[in-house]
Write a protein that binds this ligand. Structure first.
Ligand code: IPE
Ligand code: IPE
Ligand code: MG
Ligand code: MG
Length: 334
């Protein structure tokens, strides 16, 4: 227990440091989420508050605010947009936990395990629609358009992933394309909006969107590594669900691509859960082909690409935080 607490608190200090240039604004965003996510009906009120107000790294709001600050000045519109992207992210998690049959999220029971699947579907819908309502209160329709497009790509990415369930012939590029959609699109959109609403030039807006996309890809690769070898009490969510849901993630794709025909047969038997096999049987193969180390290396490349996009920005604390976030996503333990 003490190890977990120490790791968690080290992490907290670090993430809080990275968020320091926008700490006041992030506190305002929390306030906005608290104010917006209410219902006059007790049952609904408990649910929406449970779904959005507890835990979470708040990475997307932080990306939006830091991008805004790195590219110019942030105002009240950024706060609304930051709340919007967090609501959308949370909606995708509530639905994702149904798809993955997960029990724990943000250190708490998932909505599908504490309530049920039907409640999760409806809560996700409530969060999605509230986010779009809130985005529509801004003077320009640009944000709604960008968020609508990004959310659609995220949903398409989750559908594409569903379509590849159990398909271990998926190659690295196809895997990267799917995670670029399901995870990186919303990170890219957050950075893009932050910069656009600060009046940044088109070039800077595009660069920050690219930063977010590359960072998001690195983030998901590491998420997939953590799913295999993370510590559940540190990460705060159900792990091992990618194997259970037969999702081909990068460590598996890499191992299969390098294994002999005979090894491939043995690995596929384990992945398909054939009698007499268990997920732990994969470990020697992962070790032999340095699967997680390889995935880390690919994540590091994307993190570097993200950092390169920041080159034309004027030096600032917000810009430093964006650069350091690229390091954080590949070194995080939760
Ligand atoms: C989880 O995202 C879903 C992925 C894209 C891997 P986060 O790890 O940002 O989740 P919270 O918001 O901190 O709970
Ligand atoms: C889903 O990826 C990310 C979304 C876009 C919802 P995962 O299924 O790996 O996310 P976690 O691990 O459950 O947070
Ligand atoms: Mg999941
Ligand atoms: Mg995961």
């Amino acid at each position: 227990v003490s190890r977990t607490v120490r790791e968690a608190s080290t992490f907290e200090i670090r993430l809080a440091d990275l968020y320091a240039p926008v700490a006041d604004e992030l506190a305002d965003v929390e306030e906005l989420l608290r104010k917006e996510l209410r219902s006059q009906f007790d049952y609904v009120d408990e649910l929406v508050r449970y779904g959005c107000l507890l835990g979470g790294k708040r990475l997307r709001p932080a990306l939006l605010l830091l991008s805004g600050k790195a590219a110019g000045t942030i105002d009240d519109q950024h706060l609304v947009l930051a709340a919007v992207v967090e609501m959308i992210h949370t909606a995708t998690l509530v639905h994702d936990d149904v798809l993955d049959e997960a029990d724990v999220r943000r250190h708490l029971a998932t909505v599908n395990s504490r309530w049920d699947t039907k409640t999760s579907v409806l809560l996700g819908d409530f969060l999605f629609t509230h986010a779009f309502y809130l985005a529509s209160t801004l003077s320009s329709t640009d944000a709604c358009q960008a968020i609508g497009r990004a959310t659609n790509v995220v949903c398409e990415g989750e559908l594409r992933q569903k379509g590849t369930q159990g398909d271990y012939s998926l190659d690295q590029q196809e895997y990267l394309d799917i995670i670029a959609a399901k995870t990186a699109a919303l990170c890219a959109c957050s950075c893009q909006l932050g910069a656009a609403f600060s009046g940044a030039t088109q070039d800077i807006v595009r660069r920050l969107a690219d930063y977010g996309r590359n960072l998001g890809i690195a983030f998901q690769i590491i998420d997939d590594v953590l799913d295999l070898r993370g510590d559940e009490s540190t990460v705060g969510k159900s792990l091992g669900t990618d194997l259970a849901q037969q999702k081909p993630t990068l460590p598996i794709i890499h191992t299969l691509a390098n294994a002999s025909a005979r090894e491939q047969e043995a690995i596929l038997a384990i992945l398909h859960g054939e009698p007499g096999t268990q997920p732990g049987d994969l470990l020697p193969f992962f070790q032999r082909y340095q699967a997680c180390e390889y995935a880390h290396g690919v994540a590091r490349e994307f993190a570097q690409r993200a950092r390169h996009q920041l080159a034309p920005l004027s030096p600032s604390l917000a810009c430093d935080s964006l650069a350091n976030l690229a390091e954080y996503v590949i070194t995080r333990s939760r």
